[in-house]
Design a protein around this ligand. Structure first.
Ligand code: FEO
Length: 398
């Protein structure tokens, strides 16, 4: 069912209540999600994006209930990833000659995925526009690396709506669509999780793009994202937030991330938390077992942290697999301006800290020299010595 966004612009997407994971199992979904598509009905009728393939029949059926599909003059595909383009093949079966407007890279990704080079592609770049009648036009803005090379946004003049696709979105099934109707705590939690887990590696592109959009001097009244909310109340608040998040964001938080086999590494993790509480009562400290806590939630906590301490027992001359897998993900997210310390326990050879240090340096963290390395189960006397490590971590993160 279509839902009015403004004047002749309607939401025609899918609220995906049951979704539990995204990007395979790479991204956990805790509050549902949505794939937002939009219909503009001016002198020309334009569809902006589609929804994920599993919902294609429902999507096409719903569109048919609103309009004769042959009335669609143009389709704009802002991004080729399947959650937005997945219903395109089903739609194009119905209206095979309809022009598709997209970036040159999106033409590549759409052709690579759906194998229809005969589709009527019209590639556009930043500043290109499309007249849709009634004095309004669509202006295209390439959003390269936000978060794919093919990403693009589309600006509707007159109504001042920026269809931003993934940028500024969240995985949040917001039935009411608009940010002024959202549960604020979920909205911001999901917006930050989305940034930390998807956009953070591209922060330098975010900063440049925000400057570019600012220099375009366009009035943006509504930001119509492709996931979660449509920002209509104080829409620029999310843009300001992105500027902050893209600039080596950190709060006064230290997160301790570890896994343990027989409790020795866990004991150290807990002791570091106690040390930090005594040494710096204002610093928020969290302790997360990487084997039990959702990996994306841990990344959001890293995003908020000025420093992290990462611990693992030595297992077979290296680190435990749960920590190793998580560190691989950490490297992918390219955090900048953050400090790390390593700790662990061992019974025989004790290479764990060395491996942790190397992986954290590879992930872009400034790793402090101080470390904690306990042979067998740390006793009371050993645990007194962890204070020096905690002090060094705090000092390095100042
Ligand atoms: Fe929501 Fe990059 O797809």
């Amino acid at each position: 069912m279509k839902k009015l966004v403004k004047n002749n612009v309607y939401w025609v997407g899918k609220i995906d209540w049951e979704l539990t994971e995204f990007h395979g199992s790479e991204y956990s979904i805790n509050n549902g999600s949505s794939q937002n598509a939009y219909l503009i009905q001016e002198e020309k009728t334009v569809l902006i994006d589609t929804v994920w393939g599993p919902h294609k029949d429902e999507f096409v059926e719903n569109l048919k209930n609103e309009i004769d599909l042959n009335e669609i003059d143009y389709i704009v595909i802002n991004h080729g990833e399947p959650d937005h383009s997945g219903s395109l093949p089903a739609l194009m079966k119905e209206i095979p000659n309809t022009p598709i407007y997209c970036s040159a890279n999106a033409k590549k990704s759409l052709t690579g995925q759906y194998h229809h080079p005969e589709w009527n592609f019209n590639t556009v770049k930043t500043g290109d526009s499309l007249d849709i009648g009634n004095g309004k036009k669509l202006v295209f803005v390439e959003m390269k690396m936000l978060h794919w090379p093919d990403s693009m946004a589309t600006y509707l003049t007159g109504d001042n709506i920026l269809f931003s696709n993934d940028a500024f979105g969240q995985h949040y099934a917001l039935n009411e669509l608009f940010n002024d109707k959202a549960d604020e705590s979920i909205l911001w939690e999901e917006a930050m999780k989305y940034y930390a887990n998807i956009l953070n590696p591209f922060s330098s592109f975010v900063t440049k793009k925000l400057e570019e959009i600012q220099n375009m001097n366009i009035q943006i009244d509504i930001i119509a994202t492709s996931h979660g909310t449509i920002w209509r109340e104080n829409s620029m608040q999310i843009v300001k937030k992105y500027a902050e998040w893209a600039n080596e964001y950190k709060e006064n938080q230290i997160t301790i991330i570890y896994d343990s086999m027989w409790g020795a590494t866990q004991k150290i993790a807990h002791k570091i938390a106690m040390d930090l509480r005594d040494l710096s009562p204002d610093t928020r400290v969290k302790v997360l077992n990487v084997a039990d806590v959702d990996k994306n939630d841990i990344m959001t906590e890293v995003f908020k942290s000025k420093a992290i301490a990462v611990g693992s027992p030595t297992v077979g001359r290296t680190i435990i697999t749960s920590v190793a897998g998580w560190l691989h993900f950490l490297e992918e997210l390219k955090f900048k301006g953050k400090v790390a310390g390593v700790f662990g326990s061992y019974g025989w050879s004790g290479e764990g800290n060395k491996v942790l240090r190397k992986k954290l340096e590879g992930a872009g963290f400034k790793v402090i020299d101080a470390e904690i390395k306990a042979m067998w189960m740390p006793d009371r006397e050993f645990l007194e010595s962890t204070v020096d490590f905690s002090k060094a971590l705090l000092n390095a993160a100042k």
